[in-house]
Design a protein around this ligand. Structure first.
Ligand code: NOJ
Length: 758
């Protein structure tokens, strides 16, 4: 039985408001074709964030109403200068909209989005987005190119760092949180910014993890895996969408009426506007679906693409296309209406300027506290093995007096910010070295620092002094990783997933001293850590933690904070496993224990779906992360053992409290220190009309427990969690057997079953 659970005809009530739309219509009625086209044109007026042909607009164009929006203007004064021209000199006084890549903070830089996802803490994500909105709007930016909600299951893809990882459920939760944070209670608040959900659609599935590459996938997979986070953001009221660079099933997303009109407008009732990605309308020629920029502009606008970012094709061609009727005037009007709706909703017509005096920034203690909290929650303890006859290395014992701190990431402020650093200042970032030295001085100890090597070099010049430091110390902390700006993010796909340069050699050299080693890893993606996992007792995945990197890491290393981050992506054993993710479909010849309905074959069976040289399983699975305490789970309980489809259909929404099915479990802190656990619920569905993944995340809760304390957690399961996409692209619940797993990561075996009856 199918149901449209999102049958909400106005996901953003402000954009649908009749009074607002009357103003829009009245204005459109007064506009010339040239002025209309102008509203659909966006140019960069600052640092280029794509292939640049230099500044493409001038003051005369703004005064003539030929530009509707800018990007990459990131200071109040400059924004006001441009805005004055638009508002005072243009015939209809229509204000400009300023957009910017505010991805994980504007001036207060938080962990990169993949790190934010590792918090499994949507409230924290919302708070970080709220802070970013406040800071950005003070500089005149009322539109952020975020959240990036592309599901990414291939660690080779550099942009995996910009999103929330591999799970549609987690991705949707984070998408909603970002939108709520950016847009606040009303778009018209002066400190609200319009969110821009990107990149629509399925950009993360680029073949072979190579950026901008084509994508070919079934409609079922598109709807089941890739669309839910975009849809969740639209449902949360996101005012704008950015189309993606890729083609999907041989149609470039920039000119894809199926995604831009059928899905976004007709099925999801989206009332805001769609902006292209940088230069992407022009790129329709390279895609080979347009022989010139006129056809490119025509195809894009007819597909439902409203604003042209930077290609110039709308600016130079759209007017003629309308005059010659190659584009119906109504299509132009509709696109203009969508843009103006957002401008009116933001209150730009009433308050176009920004107070330049208010724009001064300092990283106040309040801002730092939130950034530190985010960093602490984002960092994942991957390994903390006790060595023979020794206690676990972490948290670092107060008896440790001398620490060697080695590695190219140990003292680099700019590396702490990762890719897309907004308007952040590296000088605001506190490195691990600074924070560690402060801490050790306070405790009467000291730090021996040696860079050891650069991120990408073959020179081993620094190895000797690093080795000496390690030999003189009680323990060594190695801070290694990828270069955030060039090796992660856009146009930064990698075919190798190991530590770049000779860092692995450095790790080997230091480990060979026999001194205990803690590896702190800075990366924007899962790396292949098989060597480190076998030879290094303690590993922390720090991602790029933001301005409070050092203090957060020191808190975690010394146990002042207890790690609670969980992996939002699977970590492979070898690159050849990629794309590697939890929610694989079953095969007729399952190989190992990932699919728990089949017993493990221990690599003895030949004719099964596996590699002959590496296990199928990840090195570190989705949802995984250690703590300094331990948690136990009671057996999973369900309030029902079966339920008829009809009865289930009455419960809609996400985990609504009146859902007829509730799974519960009691989590206990069985260790000796307080800690926070992320309890995770996974589903396996068998017996349906289509294959369902071996496991899917369908719920999570963060719970903080004192030693010995326990808490019962309830996970309501409604239509949203239990439904799936069938072969006809409908979201349905069918008679099937459901297994519910709950635990501290995706390998949990604690489970119970119920049946959905006809
Ligand atoms: C290209 C990127 O794909 C997109 O994410 C970004 O928002 C735009 N450039 C603008 O900088």
């Amino acid at each position: 039985m199918s149901q449209n659970i999102f049958d909400n005809s106005a996901p953003n009530a402000q954009l649908a408001d009749p009074a607002l739309n009357r103003k829009v219509d009245a204005l459109v009625a007064r506009m010339t074709i040239e002025e209309k086209v102008g509203q659909l044109v966006q140019f960069s007026a600052g640092e280029a964030t794509g292939p640049s042909s230099g500044r493409q607009s001038d003051d005369a164009m703004i005064a003539a109403g030929q530009v509707g929006a800018f990007l990459n203007v990131a200071n109040a004064k400059e924004a006001n200068v441009l805005q004055h021209i638009a508002v005072e000199k243009s015939r209809l006084h229509i204000p400009l909209m300023f957009g910017f890549d505010v991805i994980h903070g504007y001036k207060t830089i938080f962990p990169v989005p993949l790190g934010m996802a590792a918090t499994f803490d949507p409230n924290l994500v919302e708070a970080s987005a709220r802070m970013a909105a406040t800071e950005a709007s003070a500089d005149g930016i009322r539109w952020v190119f975020s959240p990036m909600v592309d599901i990414a299951r291939d660690a080779r893809w550099g942009r995996i760092v910009e999103g929330s990882g591999e799970s549609p459920y987690l991705g949707a939760a984070m998408a909603r949180a970002y939108v709520r944070g950016y847009q606040g209670t009303s778009l018209s608040n002066p400190d609200s910014v319009a969110a821009c959900v990107k990149h629509f659609a399925a950009y993360g599935a680029a073949i072979a993890g190579r950026d901008y590459n084509a994508i070919d996938m079934s409609d079922l997979t598109l709807r089941q895996v890739y669309l839910p986070p975009y849809h969740a953001a639209i449902e949360a009221g996101a005012a704008t969408v950015m189309s993606s660079f890729n083609s999907l099933n041989s149609v470039p997303a920039t000119a894809d009426a199926y995604t831009l009109t059928q899905i976004l407008r007709k099925e999801w009732h989206f009332d805001g506007f769609v902006v292209s990605d940088w230069g992407a309308i022009g790129e329709l020629m390279a895609h080979g679906v347009a022989l010139d920029s006129a056809v490119a502009a025509q195809k894009a606008v007819l597909a439902g693409l409203d604003m042209d970012m930077e290609s110039g094709a709308y600016h130079s061609r759209l007017g003629n296309l309308v005059q010659s009727n190659a584009v119906p005037p109504a299509a132009l009007d509709e696109a203009v209406r969508r843009v103006l709706r957002v401008k009116f909703a933001l209150g730009l017509f009433d308050h176009p300027y920004v107070n330049e005096a208010a724009a001064a920034y300092t990283a106040t203690p309040e801002k730092r506290a939130l950034a530190r909290n985010a960093a602490e929650e984002s960092i994942v303890l991957l390994q903390n093995r006790a060595q023979e006859g020794q206690p676990r290395l972490l948290p670092i014992s107060p008896r440790v007096k001398t620490i060697a701190l080695i590695g190219p990431m140990a003292d680099s402020q700019s590396e702490m910010l990762g890719s897309w650093t907004g308007n952040g200042n590296p000088a605001d970032a506190i490195t691990l070295r600074t924070a560690l030295e402060q801490r050790m001085q306070g405790a009467g100890g000291h730090v021996l620092y040696a860079e050891g090597t650069k991120i990408l070099t073959s020179s081993t010049e620094g190895f000797e002094s690093a080795k000496q430091a390690a030999q003189q110390a009680d323990i060594t902390i190695l801070a290694l990783g990828e270069d955030g700006p060039t090796m992660t993010g856009e146009a930064a796909s990698r075919a190798h997933l190991d530590l770049p340069g000779n860092q692995e050699q450095l790790l080997d050299t230091i480990a060979a001293t026999g001194k205990p080693v803690v590896l702190v890893l800075f990366s924007g993606r899962p790396l292949v850590l098989d060597w480190a996992a076998a030879h290094v007792p303690a590993i922390l995945e720090a991602w790029y933690p933001g301005i409070e990197a050092g203090p957060a890491l020191v808190d975690l290393l010394f146990g002042d904070a207890n790690p609670s981050g969980k992996l939002p992506v699977s970590f492979p054993r070898a690159v050849g496993q990629e794309p590697l993710y939890l929610s694989q479909l079953p095969t007729g010849r399952p190989a190992d224990g990932v699919d728990l309905t089949h017993p493990p074959t221990n690599g003895e069976e030949k004719y099964v779906s596996r590699y002959i040289d590496v296990p199928n399983s990840p090195l570190y699975p989705f949802g995984y992360g250690l703590s300094y305490t331990q948690f136990s789970y009671s057996p999973v309980k369900l309030n029902v053992s079966s339920m008829a489809v009809d009865q289930l259909m009455s419960a809609s929404g996400i985990g609504t409290q009146n859902s007829p099915i509730v799974a519960s479990v009691t989590v206990r802190n069985t260790g000796t220190v307080a800690g926070t656990e992320v309890a995770q619920l996974y589903l396996r569905i068998r017996g349906a009309s289509v294959e369902e993944p071996v496991r899917m995340l369908e719920g999570f809760q963060r719970v903080t427990l004192q030693p010995g304390e326990s808490k019962q957690l309830r996970f309501p399961l409604g239509f949203q969690e239990l439904s799936f996409i069938n072969a006809k692209s409908q979201r349905v619940v069918e008679p099937a057997e459901y297994t519910v797993f709950i635990g501290g990561d995706s390998t949990t075996t604690d489970s119970a079953k119920f049946t959905v009856m006809p």
